[in-house]
Design a protein around this ligand. Structure first.
Ligand code: CBF
Length: 821
């Protein structure tokens, strides 16, 4: 703790902050103001702010220990935290003071904050959800710990070269991470590979022992997660792999220096890099090792805490509620059984009881290809003991099924933890379902579809286990931090309690009809758009008009999300304008952003299509002032913070039944964008909340998609029968946007015309018509602004605080445990 900040938990004064900052500059960075780099200044500020949190962090841990509070352990292979500095200053309630202190030193807070390397330890929605949840858990003062992986390289840095995505490594740790503290004393040992053997213990009991091929050490790195203006700071504990023996002396003594350190290098590979795929990486041995590694580290850590508190391991479920963020940590079910049965000698039945009462499982996808399964041979090679345990769990489980559904052999094979339909696989979702006391989807529609399709057999077994918890996002980061103008306007109107209790944002509703407020709201949107326009110019060289409609689609690039449907609309508008240069269209700037998985060629081709259409449209004098298309590279949390506040229109256009929830849709609505979207994921609930008038709906429903598929879908009929669509597809196919290269986009267009798995051609006309409605509405600025305010005012449901309250009540059965000041 820095002396200048005082040793109690009271907030520092401006003078104290300045002194602490200069101290850190000297004693942590060893620089003076005169010679410090921007990174030195950022590091000094980060350490100053961290100091303000340490006492609370320490007291929180002590309080949980003393109270024996049941802790939520949120296990997630990804935590897409975004930059820490601004968020921590906000949650401390120190934003004005810190900005002023920094300004008095002749520096600019935002400038220093921009220096932070964002920890991109996640791919997209799932990892960002974990980050929002961890913020809400602390803000609601719920005892919790987040467990994950400290990847040395996070999600790749995307650049666009010649219109194509190029991936660069993300060296986020190159200047160190001031927000973490390494705790080598809590390192654990992780076994991998090898074989098992049986033995008889001293009491004459038959037991199994795992003889691993190798071991690695798991070392925890902790970061404080401070709640918003409370005395709670929970922990995010990320594991890094290290060699158990960094230096192999026998090898060294034989004269092989490089060989002696090679073990270290291979061990550290385990947490080297985040797999950059949004929807699963099954089949990759290293990925399975990563999953097992962080899960075993975390479970061993929880057992250590439990034992330290003097509680018996048979009461593990009373001490911890573990949430599995998708199936990536589902191996935890088998690992907890192994730890309890093999290492702590608990009898199987009791261990199983404890395990089932400990875990709960969240499913995040309906895409069949994303449901994780591991080839049995690979699984056995990496985790031989776990396979035996899974066989035993399966045998007992299938007996339960036999009793319930006598003679139903096909049900048995559908439910089995082992897929035996061809090459044999371990089904991770099945392991998660069997080993959990609760199973949830992430939006109402998604949870219904899970019960109806993907997990229907489990629903038939245990309907009482199923529930829905609709996702949410934290209003702290996604409004208070990223949209300060809207924040102060709203707080002037209704006070600032909404930041803590977001249901109170509904108090804004009457202001939708207040002309003065609406004018301010509009002016703020314009200022946010000017700011984004500046970024777009700086990063892409494309100049856009802040008075045009900002029509935005930012998210991972995936065929089911249908970025290419938006492109078809752009090409249609372009085609219309070329045919009738006097056509009256609302000037629009189409903004895209998002990463494609490096091996997903079709998604990369969609990026190339967007940039190619942009090149033509942006440089055609006939349309230049009315249509602009920009692809902003390297969409990230940091970039999102600039984009959501500046959007007029939010594009949520996935094929109904494909997007589990979506969370970007919520961030847009909170920041006053109107949505154009399908009845998919959480869009359904957003429309319900904000009102049908505030939402531009188009496209098939999930039911209609099923029905059409069942009847047989022929995309070429749509191509033949819709003249504009015909022209649009032909224009792209002809090479018009690819300098005459008719082959470039052929794979995309041919797929649309022949199989169209995501039914773009079915929804095309409805989408384009709906965009016409968007245009008409946008022309009436007052009406649009009113709808924009209503979107924000009615978005209260979509706070992650509400999601966490739902989990706490219905799944974890935990409540707040405030830390006294
Ligand atoms: O639930 C959070 C998000 O998770 C995903 O990103 C995922 O990785 N499966 C889904 O695709 C989103 O719909 C969902 O909002």
């Amino acid at each position: 703790m820095n002396a200048a900040l005082g040793r109690d938990r009271s907030l520092p004064t401006r003078e104290g902050l300045k002194r602490a900052f200069l101290d850190h500059l000297l004693y942590t960075q060893n620089k003076s103001l005169a010679i410090a780099s921007r990174n030195d200044l950022y590091q000094a500020l980060a350490h100053t702010i961290r100091d303000c949190m340490l006492r609370t962090w320490f007291d929180t841990a002590s309080s949980y220990k003393a109270k024996h509070s049941r802790m939520v352990a949120y296990l997630s292979a990804e935590f897409l935290m975004g930059p820490y500095l601004g968020n921590n200053v906000l949650n401390l309630g120190l934003m004005d003071e810190v900005k002023a202190a920094i300004a008095e030193l002749g520096l600019d807070f935002d400038d220093l904050a921009n220096q932070e390397e964002e920890p991109g330890l996640g791919n997209g929605g799932l990892g960002r959800l974990a980050a929002c949840f961890i913020d809400s858990l602390a803000s609601l003062e719920i005892p919790a710990i987040g467990y994950g992986i400290r990847y040395e390289y996070g999600i790749f840095y995307q650049t666009i070269i010649d219109g194509w995505q190029v991936e660069n490594t993300d060296k986020w740790l190159r200047y160190g991470n001031p927000w973490e503290i390494q705790h080598a004393e809590w390192s654990v040992e992780i076994k991998l590979g090898g074989r098992t053997e049986t033995y008889t213990d001293d009491a004459g009991k038959f037991r199994v022992r795992w003889v691993p091929e190798k071991t690695v050490a798991g070392v925890p790195f902790d970061s404080p997660i401070l709640g918003y203006r409370v005395n709670t700071a929970n922990t995010l504990r990320l594991w890094r792999a290290e060699a158990t023996e960094a230096f192999d002396f026998p090898t060294f003594n034989r004269g092989d220096y490089l060989g002696a350190v090679s073990k270290k290098v291979t061990s550290e590979n385990l947490t080297k890099v985040l797999y950059p795929n949004d929807e699963s990486d099954q089949g990759k041995e290293l990925r399975l090792e990563q999953q097992y590694f962080f899960v075993s580290c975390s479970l061993q850590d929880m057992l250590r805490i439990q034992i330290n508190r003097g509680q018996p391991v048979t009461e593990f479920h009373l001490a911890f509620a573990i949430q599995l963020n998708d199936t990536h940590p589902a191996i935890g079910v088998a690992e907890l059984m192994r730890l309890l049965v093999d290492e702590h000698q608990i009898v199987w039945e009791q261990a199983w009881d404890v395990t089932r009462q400990t875990f709960a499982y969240t499913n995040h996808t309906l895409l069949p290809e994303a449901l994780e399964r591991w080839p049995l041979k690979l699984f056995e090679r990496v985790l031989p003991r776990h396979l035996e345990i899974i066989y035993e769990i399966n045998a007992r489980f299938l007996n339960e099924v036999r009793i319930r559904f006598l003679g139903d052999e096909s049900r048995l094979s559908r439910l089995s933890l082992i897929d035996e339909s061809g090459e044999r696989y371990v089904r991770m979702a099945h392991l998660a379902c069997v080993g959990s006391s609760a199973i949830n989807g992430v939006a109402e529609l998604h949870s219904e579809l899970l019960k109806r399709d993907v997990l229907a057999d489990f629903y038939a077994m245990w309907p009482e286990k199923f529930t829905n918890v609709t996702n949410g996002v934290t209003p702290r980061r996604w409004i208070a931090l990223s949209n300060p103008r809207q924040t102060s306007l709203v707080s002037r109107a209704i006070g600032n309690d909404w930041i803590k209790d977001f249901s109170r944002i509904k108090e804004l509703e009457p202001f939708a009809d207040d002309a003065g407020f609406a004018a301010d709201w509009q002016a703020i949107k314009r200022d946010n758009k000017i700011e984004l326009a500046g970024q777009l110019l700086q990063r892409t060289g494309i100049r856009v008009d802040p008075d045009s409609m900002f029509d935005v689609q930012v998210k991972r690039i995936h065929e089911y999300k249908r970025q290419h449907l938006a492109v078809l609309h752009i090409v249609a508008l372009y085609h219309r304008l070329k045919s009738d240069p006097n056509l009256d269209v609302v000037p629009r700037t189409f903004i895209f952003g998002g990463k494609a998985a490096p091996g997903y060629h079709r998604a990369k081709l969609i990026i190339k299509l967007i940039t190619s259409v942009g090149d033509v449209v942006n440089n055609d004098p006939a349309v230049r002032d009315r249509l602009k298309v920009v692809f902003l590279p390297n969409f990230s949390v940091t970039r999102g913070q600039r984009i959501y506040p500046a959007a007029d229109l939010s594009e949520q256009i996935s094929l109904a039944g494909k997007e589990a929830s979506g969370t970007g849709n919520m961030k847009f609505a909170m920041n006053g964008a109107l949505t154009i979207g399908t009845m998919d994921g959480a869009n359904v609930e957003i429309r319900e909340e904000v009102g049908a008038d505030q939402f531009f709906l188009f496209g098939l429903t999930a039911e209609e998609v099923y029905a059409l598929r069942a009847r047989g879908y022929s995309p070429s009929d749509y191509y033949r029968n819709n003249a504009e669509l015909h022209a649009v597809l032909d224009l792209i196919r002809s090479g018009f946007f690819s300098r005459g290269d008719a082959n470039l986009f052929a794979p995309l267009i041919d797929e649309l015309m022949h199989t169209d798995p995501y039914m773009l051609l079915v929804d095309y006309q409805s989408y384009v018509d709906c965009q016409g409605e968007v245009d008409r509405t946008y022309r009436d600025t007052q009406d649009w602004t009113r709808r924009s305010i209503l979107n924000a005012a009615r978005s209260g449901k979509f706070s992650s605080d509400r999601s966490i309250r739902d989990y706490a009540e219905r799944v974890w059965k935990v409540g707040p445990a405030p830390v006294s000041s």
